[in-house]
Design a protein around this ligand. Sequence first.
Ligand code: 1AE
Length: 405
Amino acid sequence: MGEVIATYELTGKSRSFQEKAEGIALGLTVGSWTGLPLLEKDQLRKYKGKVVAVKEKEAGEIPSAEIQIAYPSGNYSNDIPAILTTVFGKLSLDGKVKLRDIRFSDDLKRGFPGPRFGIDGIRDLVNVPERPLLMSIFKGIIGRDLNYLENQLRAQALGGVDLVKDDEILFDNELTPFDERIKIGQNVLQEVNEVTGKRVLYAVNLSGRTSGLMEKARRARDLGADALLFNVFSYGLDVLQELREDDEIGLPIMAHPSFAGAAAASPQYGVDYSLWLGKFLRMTGADFSLFPSPYGSVALEKGQVLSISDELTNSDRFKKTFPVPSAGIHPALVPQLIEDFGRDCVINAGGGVHGHPDGAAAGGKAFLQAIDAVMEGISLTDSAARQPELKKALMLWGEGVSARG
Ligand code: 1AE
């Protein structure tokens, strides 16, 4: 029989952790054990949770311990809601407990789809085999009409970005309705393709009530959408999995991290970012995972960010998910991004594209010039000497980088 092994970090009294771990293992499975008659023990043994390890930490003023508990697969159905409720349902409300990781046995992993396209499939779609991809974000669209959206999309696409995504706060509205955004996106990107030879992909924000999402996503596909942006943590991971598994939808899915911090930001409570924005998003089918980088306007600690990226790209049975370090990204950060995330990442910027002194098209070009410079082993300063877009971007944003953590 399969199992999941959950790793937790507990904060509490020194030498209390073994007992606490035993209490969790029983409380979240068969309930009680020592007082049971032998026959019942034999019947229930295969459902009983097991303490796999208890390691009290040596250092630090506040006692803490890493504990591992195995939960047999006969106790739950093989889906994220059941597994999360088993390993971190009531327990998430019970004091200082952080869920660091869940290890799935191979038979359980087989029940999850992973990304439909993955890094290689997305590279094929945008026809970019080697370098990091470049994505820009619509900004300031709320309160604006389709004409404004069309012009902003055209400028971004003319800058040579590979992908454009909706802002995650753009929902269905009268001024820029979902269907019209897709249709206009198709027209503009086709028109730009005829000029530049490059077909940019547009990820439209799939939003609205859960009951209407599948039908809406299929309609998006029929209207010619390239990809879906999805605020997965406002809906739930299982909804992402449903979208991924539907062959009639069949579109790349970009998972936005909005609301993820509500469950993951605390060092002592909630879920680890590497599980939340890394392992779970990959298992349930995101082709892209956006997360704050260590050095932009909304920053996470570098170690956390690298552990998210590792979960998205390590060797596993699933295709790889594109890491998308985001928030406050500008061209001067490109060398650091590529050093930390390698070439298999997406460089994603809203303000860093639109805020260029010569507009969004120049903003996209400055990013591409920075990416090309790094790929060719040239410093940004040397490259900027012959590329006015990059030069102006560096004058505005400088070249210094400081990371959190
Ligand atoms: C962590 C997600 C970042 C995001 O979605 C977004 O809109 C970033 O915008 P900028 O690049 O900070 O302007």
